[in-house]
Design a binder for this molecule. Structure first.
Ligand SMILES: [Zn+2]
Length: 184
């Protein structure tokens, strides 16, 4: 290889590196723009906003589930069938809710977990709407509606937290799954 080719090769490597490093922060910013000013994965202080205040902070889809207790269609959410390792946060406020280790395959069409990250991650309320007696599950930090919990889950808890994908914000495990990822 002569010098001229070597220089061209070096330049093209340099250019491709630059392109890559420029794309990274751009995507990051786009990701940040989706989060509201109350979104935090570390702040544990409670978030008390009126529905009007939430409306300006959430997408219509998230607002419908979180504040109007909507339900996404079964088998349509992005996480019902996901087996990726990581943490599920509240899409409205960033509160850590569930880890993938507690997720199990359920035929119901919604992401299903047998336990929340901590006892305080979620709160509960009786829900007697639609002629059923169910237990509603809400975010322990911002009271966003997440879904319902049923007692037909697998061990060790026997519980099935049936949660809407829309209100979940998933982040892949970083340190713990490095070896795991290497095998793929
Ligand atoms: Zn929340």
């Amino acid at each position: 290889m002569n010098w001229r080719n070597l220089i061209i090769l070096s330049l093209s490597i340099l250019v491709s590196n630059c392109t890559y490093s420029q794309q990274e922060p751009k995507n990051k910013n786009m990701e940040d723009q989706k989060k509201s000013d109350v979104y935090s994965r570390t702040d544990t202080s409670k978030v008390n906003l009126t529905n009007e205040e939430w409306k300006g902070r959430l997408s219509p889809e998230v607002y419908n589930i979180a504040r109007e207790k909507g339900t996404e269609y079964a088998f349509t959410g992005k996480y019902w069938n996901s087996k990726e390792a990581g943490t599920y946060y509240c899409a409205a406020c960033g509160n850590p809710l569930f880890v993938s280790d507690a997720k199990f395959e359920s035929s119901c069409g919604w992401p299903s977990f047998f336990e929340p990250i901590t006892k305080g991650s979620v709160i509960y309320a009786p829900d007697n709407t639609h002629g059923m007696h169910r237990t509603e599950v809400m975010c322990g930090r911002c009271k966003a509606h997440l879904g319902h919990v049923f007692d037909d889950g697998p061990p060790p808890t026997g519980l099935r937290y049936c949660i809407n994908s829309v209100i979940l914000d998933f982040d892949k495990a970083k340190e713990a799954d490095k070896n795991f990822k290497g095998k793929h």
